[in-house]
Every structure is written in C-alpha cells, then in structure tokens.
Design a protein around this ligand. Structure first.
Ligand code: BGC
Length: 743
C-alpha cells in the first residue's frame, strides 16, 4: 500500500481509538498514547506493537527528506530540512530539484562562521531558537545542523557552515544553539560526525588521525552537543581509520553511544551508507539519501532497496542481524517522535517574524570583524563624504543561495549596496569591478562580462570619489565556499588582488570588505588602510555591514580562525599531499593537535591576523587579573576576575579571551589554548569586572599511550588577551594532582 494512504488510514485508526476512549475506560488507552506515562515506557509499548516490516520502514527514507513513521499506530512521519543557518526551500519528493513552492521562504541567519565570531553564547541561543521557530512553522521535525567540524584548512569548501578552528569556542557556541532550536520541539541534527575537514574526495577520503588530536581537537564540540542533549547526530561521508564514519564502530558505538551515552538518532549523511551489515551493527539508526539500490546509481524511488530496507530485513530473517539490533534503532526514532511531533505541547513557531530579522541583524553586526583600521578610516559617518564609491560583485550578489545543501530562499536579503544606500543615500555610486558568474553546486559558470572593462570602470570611479568601499571576497560558487569541492587556491578569485591594488593606487582612502567563510591571502595588506572581514550574513547582511561601516554599531567580532600569510603556513599545507588533500585516498593529520593558532604559535609563524583578533572603534585596558587561589586540585574550578576599562570614545563590547599554557609539559603541548572568554559591553570611560570559570580538569591533555586524560602536577600560565597574539595580562597557578590520570 502506498505510504500516503497508509498514513491516512493510520491517522483514522488513531482518531477512532481516541473517540472510543471517550466512552471507554481510561485503561484502554494504548500506553504509547498515554501522555501521563514516562516516555521510555511509551516507547517500549509502541515498539512492542510493531511488525518487522513496520520497524524496517521507520529506519530508512520514504522521500528525500522524510521517513514514514508507523501509520497503523499513528506514529507520524518525520520531516527534515537543511540547515544550518535557516530552513531550506522545499525539495521534491524523489528528486533533488526545488519543489518550486511560493511559501517555502525563510529568514536567512548569518552563516555559522559569523555566529562563532560573535563569541556570544546568548546570541547563539537566540539564533537556534529563531531557526527552530521557523522550522516548526514550516512543519519540520528535525533540522540538519549545526555543523561543528573543525577548520583545518582554509581551502575546505564547507568551513562557512562550521564554527572555526578552536574546539572550545565551537563547544561553547553549539550548546545554546542546540538548546534554542530544540526548545521548539524540533530536533537539532549535529553534523558531520566526524572529521569532515575537507570537501575534496569527501565521499571516500580516509582520515588517519591520532587519538590525541581526535579527543582534544575534533571531538569536543560533538561531545558538548551530546552533553547538551542533542536529539540527533549525522555521520560524515568520509572514512576514519579505514571505515566509513557513518558505520564506524569506534566512532558510533564506542564513543558516541558508549562513552558519551547519546540516546538520540544517528543518521547518515545523504547517501553515506555503504554496507547493510556494517551499518546495522555499527550504530547507524536512520538511512537517508542513498543514491542507489546498493548496486547502481540513480535508481528512482529506490527506498525499498536502501541498505537498511529490504536487505536488512533479509538479514534479520536469516538471523544474521538480531532483531534486537533493529529494535534499538526504532526505539531511538520513536524517542525522536516523542520529543518532536508527538509532543502536543511544543510551540507553534513563526515564519519571518520581525524579531527573527532582528536576531539576524544582531548576529551579523556582532560577528563582523574589523581587521585593520589605520588612521581611523572607519567609521564613515553619514554626511562626511560627498561621493562614496561602492565597488565589487559581493556588494549586490545574493549570497544566501548556492553553497550546496545550506542554500536558502530568504524572503528578504538586503545586499551591502542596499544597506549602504539606506545610510548614505545619493552619495553612493556603484561599480561592479569584477564579475563572478552564477552560484552552482556542481560546476562553475563563466561570467559573460569583460573583466578589463569592469576593472577600469571601477578604478575610474574610485579616482573620482572621496572614499572607496570595496566589497569582494569569495562566494558560494562551486570550488569556493561551497559543499562538494575545495577551493583551488588561497588567493582571492576573479583577479580581485589586481583590482584592489589598482583601487588603492587610485584612491588611498579605500576600505576593503571581504565576504567569505574562509581566510584568503592579502598581498595588498600593507597598502590597505582599513579591512573588514564580513561573512555570509543572510537576510540583514547589508544592514549590518552598513551599521558597522557607519559606526551605528561598534564592531566586536573576533576571528574564529587564523588568517595566515601563506597557504603553507597552515599545518595541513606545511608538508606534502599526505597531509592535504591526501594520497591514495588517505589524508594524514600528522600535525596532531597543532592546527590554527596552535600551529602558528608552536612554529613561530606570524599570521596576517591571528585567531581571536578583531578591533573596535574604542580601546580597552585590562587590569587586575586575579585567580581565586594559587593552587588547585583536578576537581576544582579556577575562578578568574579581570577589570576591563573602555578608554576610548565609543561605547562597545570586548571579548576577553583566557588562554592557558602549561609550563613544563611532558608531551608537546600548544603554547596556549583558549579555555574561557567573556564579552562585556562597556560604555566609554566606564570599567567592568568580568568573571570566568575554568574547570581545572579542562587543562588536561589526552595521553595516547594509556588512552586517558592526564592533568600534570605543574605550573600553568593564564593569559588574558584581546586576541591570541595580543596578551594583556597573565598570572600563574599551580595544579596539584596526585592522581595522574583523570576519568
Ligand atoms: C550534506 C548534508 C546535508 C544533506 C541533506 C549532504 O550532501 O553533506 O550536510 O544535510 O546533504 O541535504
């Protein structure tokens, strides 16, 4: 029977049950429908009523983004959507095409690199809540996000969907996102577990990484999400130590479900399942998006042929896979149902509400990073200049579309040019400068424009203007900030470096704005007086940029990744192809825990802009860094206070970063690592005291030999910093640890 008809019959059956209940004794209510009973009891009851066919149907897709539930029992379908910075437009039932609806729009939130750059966990909650409200309104039960893979190489096409290079920052930001989203009765599906750190050969690349880097760098954000109670996790396409992550015993059974006690649903990435037995036994709960019947590509409506459909049923029947293994998967999916679409008390959500645009605007304006501001070129106060040249394709390009599965159809997307015109009115004149073609997931579309004419017209405008705001960077085209491929070069595309050189030569009053989710080389760095790192900032991106440029908002974003001078300055690119993009299908993370600023500091490499860097229109002075004690034992909390004074001429927020370094480590450790931060908003002339807490146990390292966290008896230095390369204060503390290994 067709799923839809089954579904209708199921709903009728439940309705009939409920009507007869009115007259009947309350005891006749099936336990799984009795809301007064504990969820686990309801799950067991529902499971006990299901046939093997019904169980098998629940653990694989019925369409590109849904599963059928159990119609006979009135267990609803589960509907999913990408993720992670808004609710994607509808996709057809069995095709990847857009459904073409006219009501499937959303508020586009800034991409996650921007959220990370805010260093503001409260905003991360509002962000998650906004996505959750829209998802709920759009009748989604699960959002495919957030993404917390670590930024290892600036070439990776999906860094813009993730939260940067630091595991602590990603962990602190992902928790409120998940809580905010799930407060709507919509599941977060944290992705991609694990080690999706490049898009090159993403569907087959095998990652070889040591246990220490795995535990210290690549897993903490996932662990934090699980501890925060995330309801679903998505496996990544790549392999880890020879086995696909989606059915990897170590990652899924041992770490995720074993060590961390994850009780939710472990889902494939779309098409990342490759083997029925392995998937069944190694912890996969739900198979989505397989391209194939297991033998060939592109079979349509092949859902019955999915690895976890008929082939798994056959294995259960022969006893090769015990039915209890399937039961565990169904139990988890039922738990997801009870947490989402069988929770009658979840809120109703809202779509494109004014408060959603407000959240989008605040995240964007708090995340924009002022990288450089010589001779106070910025802010550009309205009325100061007669002619402002706005130059660059990204000033007008719609950047919410493209990039792969995170594409969005925002109801509103205000471009930088529109935002600037709103503030500066007729003073603004625009020239494209360079052209980038169309955003397409799988190939590059050449631009029809003549590059020389565009550049020359822009330079001419620059020469005849008082100030130039160049808005360029990367975009969501294939092989830029886009899923399914990595960037081909660390340089800006479309000859932008030449254009920037010529603009600065024509007008020294030039502000460079880079929109991207990745670092780029800046050969014109010394010549550019002012540089802004902006992001894919969604619906209100143009307004937020104008807020920062005009000074209506004092910038407070900090870089969530290192911008190195050269590609070779990143650990992954410091040697040969073995460490990127891999040789013979294997990529080796030989650098271990030393990525990003950990690498730069260990190797004494000066970056263009360091992790945590970001300027303000005011200045902050740090004083009186104090710890509550001199010595701590492993179970203690280190309480730190610092006084921060706004000594400049504008109100503003400062992210005070606390890094910790061990004095005499027995194994090579990073010079220092981020362990806490606070972000006070301080009026000019005023001071505030910031308090943070660092669990002493978080200063441990992972010992590969005995596979345990170890906290040495040692002295540790705590640095209070405005950026990883701008330390303002430091103090030493001692850890007294008689027990060498930590649990
Ligand atoms: C992506 C996932 C996404 C899924 C569904 C995959 O190609 O890797 O992040 O959630 O498609 O669109």
């Amino acid at each position: 029977m067709n799923n839809r008809i089954q579904s209708i019959l199921g709903v009728l059956a439940v309705a009939a049950t409920s009507i007869s209940m009115v007259a009947a004794d309350k005891n006749s209510t099936p336990a799984y429908l009795d809301e007064s009973l504990p969820m686990e009891q309801r799950i067991e009851d529902a499971l006990s009523r299901m046939t093997l066919d019904e169980k098998i149907a629940m653990i694989h897709a019925q369409s590109k983004f849904s599963t059928p539930g159990c119609p006979r029992l009135g267990i609803p379908e589960l509907w999913m959507s990408d993720g992670p910075h808004g609710v994607r437009m509808e996709i057809a039932w069995d095709e990847w095409d857009h459904a073409g609806w006219s009501n499937d729009y959303c508020t586009a939130l800034p991409a996650l690199t921007c959220l990370a750059a805010t260093f503001n966990p409260d905003l991360a909650y509002e962000y998650g809540n906004t996505v959750g409200r829209e998802a709920r309104f759009r009748k989604k039960d699960m959002m495919l996000g957030p993404g917390v893979n670590i930024y290892r190489t600036p070439l990776s096409g999906r860094n813009f969907e993730y939260m940067g290079e630091d595991p602590y920052l990603s962990s602190v930001m992902v928790v409120p996102y998940i809580k905010g989203l799930q407060s709507n009765g919509v599941a977060a599906c944290m992705k991609h577990f694990a080690l999706n750190n490049q898009e090159n050969e993403r569907e087959s690349i095998n990652v070889e990484v040591g246990d220490r880097a795995l535990n210290e760098i690549y897993l903490p954000a996932f662990k934090a999400g699980v501890e925060a109670g995330v309801w679903a996790v998505m496996g990544s396409y790549n392999k880890f130590r020879g086995t696909f992550c989606t059915h990897n015993d170590t990652l899924v059974n041992k770490i995720l479900k074993g060590d961390w006690g994850f009780d939710g649903v472990f889902v494939t990435d779309w098409g990342s399942c490759h083997n029925t037995f392995e998937a069944a036994m190694n912890g996969l709960d739900l198979e989505m998006g397989s391209w194939t019947n297991g033998l060939s590509w592109g079979v349509s409506s092949a859902y019955d042929n999915y690895y976890m459909a008929e082939p798994l049923k056959a294995m259960v029947k022969t006893g090769e896979v015990p039915e209890t293994v399937v039961d565990d998967k169904v139990r988890r999916i039922l738990r997801l149902n009870f947490r989402t679409n069988m929770n009658r008390h979840r809120p109703y959500g809202a779509l494109h509400a004014p408060e959603h645009l407000d959240v989008a605007r605040r995240v964007a304006s708090e995340g924009i990073v002022l990288l450089k501001n010589e001779k106070a070129k910025l802010p550009i106060r309205p009325g100061k200049f007669k002619r402002i040249a706005v130059i660059g394709d990204n000033a007008t390009k719609k950047l919410s579309i493209g990039g792969g599965s995170s594409e969005l159809k925002p109801k509103v997307e205000i471009s930088p040019l529109e935002g600037l015109m709103e503030v500066y009115g007729d003073a603004v004149a625009y020239s494209m400068g360079y052209a980038s073609g169309i955003a397409d997931y799988s190939h590059e579309e050449p631009s029809p424009y003549d590059a020389d004419s565009l550049r020359m017209a822009a330079v001419e405008l620059a020469r005849n203007s008082d100030v130039v705001v160049f808005i360029g960077g990367l975009n969501k085209n294939y092989k830029q900030d886009c899923e399914g491929g990595d960037r081909l070069s660390y340089d800006l595309p479309y000859d932008q470096n030449r254009l920037i050189d010529e603009l600065i030569a024509a007008n020294s009053n030039t502000v460079i704005v880079l929109t991207s989710g990745n670092a780029v080389a800046m050969p014109w760095l010394d010549k550019a007086p002012a540089i802004i790192q902006s992001w894919y900032n969604g619906s209100m991106g143009g307004v937020a940029l104008a807020d920062v440029i005009s000074g209506a908002v004092n910038p407070s974003g900090k870089l969530p990744f290192t911008i190195a001078q050269r590609l070779e300055d990143y650990a992954a690119h410091s040697s040969d192809e073995r460490t990127y993009p891999g040789v013979d299908g294997n990529v080796h993370y030989d650098e271990g825990v030393f990525i990003g600023y950990r690498w730069a500091e260990a190797k004494n490499i000066k970056p263009t802009f360091a992790f945590g860097h970001g300027l303000s229109y005011t200045d902050f002075a740090y004083s009186s860094l104090k710890a509550d004690k001199k010595e701590y034992s492993p179970e203690d909390i280190i309480r730190l206070n610092i006084t921060v004074k706004n000594t400049g001429h504008a109100d503003g927020a400062e992210t005070v970063q606390f890094y910790v370094g061990q004095s005499h480590p027995r194994v090579a450790r990073p010079v220092k690592e981020l362990k806490a931060f606070c972000k006070p908003y301080i009026k000019q002339g005023e001071s505030t005291t910031c308090t943070v807490e660092i669990p002493a146990s978080s200063l441990a390292y992972y010992n590969e030999d005995n596979k345990q966290w170890v906290l040495d008896n040692d002295e540790f230095t705590i640095f209070a910093a405005s950026a990883s390369d701008d330390i303002r204060q430091s103090i030493s503390i001692k850890i007294n640890n008689n027990l060498i290994a930590l649990k």
